[in-house]
Each structure stands twice: as structure tokens, then as C-alpha cells.
Ligand binder design. Structure first.
Ligand code: ADP
Ligand code: MG
Length: 250
């Protein structure tokens, strides 16, 4: 039986000046999905994520999560509902260590009353260590985040996104700037988060082999409009998608 729809986006619109970055977008996600949004640079992928997570205000349309209207809620309230995101451009604190970056993300979501009873340095230690391990960053725990390799920075970004214990995660180009091997490792981690931890995940990605290898459902965005949607096989066979997007890449 199909899982419940947890995210429902209706007739979403956003323009910047005269540019329509999001154009009447209708979109649904079911619990447990691992899906991708693809489209050329400037198609509106990051804008879509920004609208869903409160970083941009919508012009019109509606975003519902588990039945609740969360349109234009501020980011911190959306995070508390269990929706998290990793940014295309890094959002880490470069002057803090890897460990501290993750710990801050965990602490930001915890109840403040705890703080009075536990010595500060012990707060969230176990959870932070677990997330460091999950993201493959244990050996870099004490490195300044600003000194990490590009691949490790993206993994840290992912770990920070997981710090709020989300059910639904948006990953904006999680493998940008990574080598082939790093990309593979990161996407295997994404797959485990989906399969083993039950996270519902939507990601954007430029590399078509990654997209077709990992996403079970694809949505093609072009100039803010969804032009094709379906399984990887369906999208591969879709003539509009081929012409507008896949053709450009070939
Ligand atoms: P993608 O992530 O698919 O590459 P974006 O969502 O970043 O695309 O951008 C979609 C369009 O909206 C682009 O033309 C971009 O220049 C424009 N855009 C994005 N954010 C802003 C902003 N804050 N102000 C003005 N224009 C923006
Ligand atoms: Mg983008």
C-alpha cells in the first residue's frame, strides 16, 4: 500500500523582479521517498527548497506538511516540525571545529531546561559523536571546519542537517565539488539514511549517473516549471525532458 503523503505543495509561485523562479508548482512527497529534483542551472531548484524551508516568502500558493499549512513559516519553526535542509553553499561555522558545528546543531533543538543540570561540555556529547561517525567525520572532529576538504564540508553540512532529528530532509547538491569516490560514499550514506533510518529525502544533483542511480522518483524543473515527473525510466523516455534538459547535457 502506498505510504501517506506528508508534503503537499499547491500552485506555488515566486518571482524575483520580472523573473518567475517558481511557476505554479504542484508537488507531493510520500513518507519514505528518496527522490530528486533535476534541471539546468537557474531552473529554480534552490529557490524551491528555500520556499519549502522558510528562507524565501512565497508570492502565492500553499505548502502543507502532514496536513498543516506551513506556508511562510519562519525557518526555525519549520525545523521544529521535523523538516531540515542542507545548503548548496556551505552554512558551516568555519572557525569552530567539526565537533562543535554538529553539537551546536543538536543543542539548537534541545529543551533549554536541560542546560541547568548537565555540565556544558557534556551536553549532547554522545549524539554528536554518533553523528560524526554517521557522516564519516570522526577523525576530523577537532579540525576547524573551515580547513576541511570540500567533500568533508559537504558531509558536515549533511550532519548539521541531521542534528535537528528531521523526518524530511532536502539536500541541495550534496555532492557538489566531490570526487567520484566521495560522491559514491556520500550517496551510499544518503541511501542508508533513507532505508535504515526511514528519512524521507529530496535532493538535487547535476550528475545524471548519480540521479538515475539513487533517486526512485524524478522531477524535472525548467525555468521554474515542472516539465516532467516519474520514475527514472519514465523521465528518461519523456520527450520534453529529453529535449529541454537531457539533450542539453548530452
Ligand atoms: P537552481 O538552484 O536550479 O540553479 P535557483 O533557484 O538558484 O536555481 O535560481 C532560479 C532563478 O532565480 C535564477 O534565475 C536565479 O538567478 C534567480 N534567483 C534565485 N535567488 C534569487 C534572489 N535571492 N534574488 C534574485 N534572483 C534570484
Ligand atoms: Mg541551486
Amino acid at each position: 500500500m502506498a505510504e501517506e503523503v506528508i508534503l503537499k505543495v499547491t500552485q506555488l509561485n515566486k518571482s524575483f523582479g520580472g523573473l518567475q523562479a517558481t511557476n505554479d508548482v504542484n508537488y507531493e512527497m510520500r513518507k519514505g521517498e528518496l527522490s530528486a529534483i533535476i534541471g539546468p542551472n537557474g531552473a529554480g531548484k534552490s529557490t524551491f527548497f528555500n520556499l519549502l524551508t522558510g528562507y524565501h516568502k512565497v508570492d502565492s500558493g500553499e505548502v502543507r506538511y502532514k496536513g498543516r499549512d506551513i506556508t511562510n513559516w519562519p525557518p526555525h519553526r519549520i525545523v521544529r516540525l521535523g523538516i531540515s535542509r542542507a545548503f548548496q553553499v556551505s552554512n558551516i561555522y568555519p572557525a569552530l571545529t567539526t565537533y562543535e558545528n554538529i553539537r551546536q546543531a543538536i543543542l539548537a533543538q534541545q529543551k533549554r531546561t536541560l542546560y541547568f543540570f548537565i555540565p556544558a561540555e557534556r551536553l549532547a556529547k554522545q549524539e554528536t559523536d554518533e553523528l560524526l561517525k554517521t557522516a564519516g567525520l570522526s577523525e576530523h572532529a577537532d579540525s576547524l571546519a573551515g580547513n576541511l576538504s570540500q567533500g568533508d564540508k559537504k558531509r558536515l553540512e549533511l550532519a548539521i542537517a541531521l542534528g535537528s532529528k528531521p523526518d524530511l530532509v532536502f539536500l541541495d547538491e550534496p555532492t557538489a565539488g566531490m570526487s567520484g569516490e566521495e560522491t559514491h560514499e556520500t550517496m551510499e550514506l544518503v541511501k542508508r539514511l533513507n532505508r535504515e533510518m526511514g528519512l524521507t529525502i529530496l535532493f538535487t544533483e547535476h550528475d545524471m549517473s548519480v540521479v538515475f542511480g539513487y533517486a526512485r522518483r524524478l522531477t524535472v524543473l525548467h525555468q521554474g516549471t515542472i516539465i516532467a515527473q516519474g520514475t527514472p525510466e519514465e523521465v528518461r523516455a519523456n520527450e520534453t525532458a529529453q529535449k529541454i534538459y537531457l539533450g542539453e547535457e548530452a
